[in-house]
Ligand binder design. Structure first.
Ligand code: SF4
Length: 462
């Protein structure tokens, strides 16, 4: 996707016409947004639309936005600025804005981009087909940003999902929407509403359809997946029980999930990781900070010690388990000493990998109204954490050299098509020689060398 549309738009102005009945979805943000974008496309296919070759040829253009930090919002507004030019030369196109920024800033989007045909929030993206048809007929602006609320204990209003999805080796399946944790830096509870779990049977059915079509690895999605199942009409279903149910599906090789919440990480889940062959020996467990005062200010309901205990229990039950995390540096009020607690915990736990973020104030979050640390302080802490974690990641990968790993072959590496690639059960990327015909199979690979991003290896003959 070109980083600006200006040139393609100028070219488009000279091309005869828009490819009617085609759509393009531009996505920013998390896996949940990627998943929503696939759903948006499937709902449009239901009314006869096909994917366009490029955004400037599309009849319907959907921007699926993200509000987790300022940057993706700025990118969406800059693209709207360019689409205004396209709309001038192509008045027949339909432009819709979806996702978290649409949920939060619908009126502002309309004010700053009056040509937008509709704004659709995160609550029910299955409305998209109706909104497109309405826009094509009436050209009247429409706004749909209602968020489904939980009525009492029972969940209602879950989005209507398209489950006849394209065949992929790996697929994401949302099991839960929204979040009840209200971390003070996070906009998600505002943009995606209260926590709502999908009925277990519906999830099992969707996964079975995907596996019947050739999917071999499923990643279950939720803001706090391990608090799944609390508010179901059928009564509480623990997350571990859902994992066991899914593992019984013939043909499903691998189950992953993201992201769990530390406080809800209980013994039954650890035992399931240890005992259930389909569940991968990798956990992505967001830490955010290694200091208890900062965790409290973030409204993260656990302590550094309770986090250490989960890690110790995981490693005792599943030796060699892969562990990754999320960390925010420069949270308002974070002192040098408190930051060093985070460095100490990172040094002690030795994560295989981490997503590390400089704190970004979000309007509409409690932390967004707090006094911010100077940006240079936040940046220098980020540099120190990056240096530490990258050193540890390389050391952990070097420790893996000589060991044999089970790898699900994804196919040729995009960067070097002579090499195959795939992830180990512990979520380490492995590159190795082999025939493309191995794609979709699990092979045993001995690691022969390592680097920051993963391993190189050779297929181990049986
Ligand atoms: S757990 Fe916290 S960080 Fe994660 S989605 Fe919920 S509120 Fe946001």
């Amino acid at each position: 996707m070109p980083n600006t549309l200006l040139k393609p738009i100028r070219l488009a102005a000279n091309r005869p016409r828009t490819l009617r009945g085609t759509y393009h979805v531009q996505t920013w943000g998390c896996q949940m947004n990627e998943e929503d974008s696939e759903q948006l496309g499937l709902h449009l296919r239901e009314i006869g639309f096909e994917p366009a070759e490029s955004i400037v040829d599309a009849h319907v253009i959907l921007l699926n936005t993200c509000s987790v930090r300022r940057k993706p919002e700025d990118k969406a507004f800059s693209m709207l600025g360019e689409l205004a030019l396209l709309k001038e030369v192509r008045p027949e196109i339909v432009v819709g804005v979806c996702g978290c920024m649409a949920q939060l800033r619908a009126d502002e989007i309309k004010r700053r981009a009056p040509f937008v045909d509709f704004v659709l929030g995160t609550g029910d993206i299955s409305n998209v087909a109706g909104l497109v048809e309405e826009a094509l007929q009436t050209r009247k602006f429409a706004k749909r940003v209602e968020l489904p609320e939980r009525r009492g204990k029972v969940v209602t209003d879950l989005p209507q999902r398209q489950v006849d999805r394209a065949t992929k080796l790996k697929a994401f399946v949302p099991i839960q929407y929204g979040c009840d944790k209200f971390c003070t830096f996070c906009i998600v509870p505002t943009t995606r509403g209260r926590e709502r779990s999908r009925p277990t049977d519906e999830i099992v059915d969707e996964v079975r359809r995907l596996v019947d079509r050739g999917t071999r690895e499923i990643t279950l999605l939720g803001q706090t997946v391990n608090s799944y199942g609390k508010n179901l009409a059928e009564g509480q279903v623990p997350f571990s029980e859902l994992l066991w149910k899914l593992s019984e599906i013939d043909g499903l090789l691998r189950l992953r999930y993201t992201s769990p919440y530390p406080r809800d990480f209980r013994a039954d889940l650890i035992e399931t990781i240890r005992d259930c062959p389909a569940v991968m020996e990798h956990v992505h467990l967001p830490l955010q900070s290694g200091n208890d005062e900062v965790l409290k200010a973030m409204h993260r309901v656990y302590t550094a010690d309770s986090y250490r205990e989960i890690v110790a229990n995981l490693r005792a039950a599943v030796p060699g388990i892969g562990l990754s995390t999320d960390i925010i540096v420069g949270f308002p009020g974070e002192t040098e000493e408190q930051f060093e607690d985070t460095l100490r915990l990172v040094e002690e736990v030795r994560f295989d990998g981490a997503f590390m973020f400089i704190y970004s104030p979000r309007p509409g979050t409690p932390a967004g109204d707090m006094e911010q640390l100077p940006l240079h302080v936040r940046k220098s802490r980020m540099d120190r954490l990056l240096e530490l974690q990258n050193r540890i990641s390389v050391e952990k990968n070097l420790e893996a050299v000589g060991h044999v790993f089970e790898v699900l072959v994804e196919g040729p590496s995009p960067k070097n098509r002579d090499r195959l690639q795939g992830y180990t059960r512990e979520f380490k990327m492995m590159h190795f020689d082999g025939s493309e015909t191995l794609t979709g199979q699990q092979v045993r690979v001995r690691a022969t060398s390592a680097h920051l991003w993963g391993l190189n290896g050779v297929i181990e003959e049986n």
